[in-house]
Design a protein around this ligand. Sequence first.
Ligand SMILES: C[S@@+](CC[C@H](N)C(=O)[O-])C[C@H]1O[C@@H](n2cnc3c(N)ncnc32)[C@H](O)[C@@H]1O
Length: 459
Amino acid sequence: MTKEKREIPVKKNDKVWLKIEDLTHDGRGVGKLDYYPVFVENAIPGEEIEVRIMKTTKKFAYGKVLQWKTKSENRVEDVVSDWIRTGIAPLHHMTYEAQLDFKKNQVEKVIKRIGGFEDVEVKAVKGMENPSKYRNKAQIPVRKVEDRLQTGFFRRNSHDLVPIDDFYIQEPEIDAALIAIKPILEQYNVKPYDEEKQGGNLKNIVIRKGHYTNELMIVLVTKKKKIFKIGEICKEIVSAVPNVTSIIQSIHTENNNVILGKEFVRLYGEEYIEDQLLGNTYQISAKSFYQVNTKQAEVLYQEAIDRAELKKTDVVIDAYCGIGTIGLSLAKQVQHVYGVEMVQDAIDDAQTNAEINGIENVEFKVGKAEFVFEKWLEDGIKPNVIIVDPPRKGLAETFIEASSKMNPEKIVYVSCDPATFARDLKLYAERGYAPDYVQPIDMFPQTSHIECVTVLKKK
Ligand SMILES: C[S@@+](CC[C@H](N)C(=O)[O-])C[C@H]1O[C@@H](n2cnc3c(N)ncnc32)[C@H](O)[C@@H]1O
């Protein structure tokens, strides 16, 4: 039977009325013209809106709201379109309660659809009391806009810089630092990067803040090594921005979307900043991963630790350990902790962090977790508990195989991507490890991202 070819029911610039029925995984409203979905930013299920069609493809279109006939009770006042069109806070037009419901539904959907689990309960999301101004890290592009050096954010799916001073979800000291640094850079004639011409120098400014210590690290990401009068620039930054304890240059010669370059030069102060988590102190260097929401990271780690039901005799592996934060948070409750992580600087930080917190029963290994686990399996390491916290792409199947063969009592899976999480849970289930329930934790309010924790036990 041949598939009937269906006409695309709209073309660019058409105006149509839609009833929004659903939300995409990244928070756009979905309305249908017969079978054909139209995705619309700043639109909430239940709303009736008139949209202008901005782009069509064979399978769907993008539209822009022109007017509302009915508005959802889940809508907030004072929507800032820059926060939506740049993707800084693409859900901030929804009440926080509605955001948490949306995220719970998203997790439920993928656990069923991708994981194939009909009976695994997804609990209510643990959210924040004050769900704004939480990010302890900013990665801000620098470009020339109307002949001025500007910082802001790219419009979604583009490299057009929208100048922004109030980032809403960043800790306010980070926004204030950017506002103070910009005129200094202009005064010293630092050239913003020009992607088209491959000219200029300053590509990004990365700022990290110790949430509890207030220490600030400023990373200037440049195309070239030379920054004219950099000594004077640093002096001015330090006098204009309170609490700067580290200024680093990262030299990024390649033309890609990676934020940091490969070479790092310390320009002022320390190579790291410090922060605290669950009572431990951590040194964090420019290249190392560190959870961007310190308060919720504590909620997340506590959840993982509680669910692991640790015993004093336990041997624990903290896989994808970053600077060692999960393993070091629980080390005092167990016999021994192994950590593995592929970034050398993060492992160096982890080792220092063990020392400064007086923790001796930990061992950190640099390498890809999938290879290190195969080696540990061969060496006969027998953990009681394995905690995994991989990046968005999730776990390699070889890792799942090796970690299952180690036969731990529990595998605690911490994930920042529900789709790869659900895929991996299915692979563990095929090897006899079943999840109990899933606890989502909102590490990223106002955005569509969500973190999940579950415990897998032998069936
Ligand atoms: C989501 S972060 C978690 C880090 C840490 N658990 C924390 O809470 O801060 C994932 C970490 O995995 C590391 N990583 C990515 N791929 C890896 C791999 N194949 N093997 C080992 N580590 C990897 C990254 O460098 C990053 O530090």
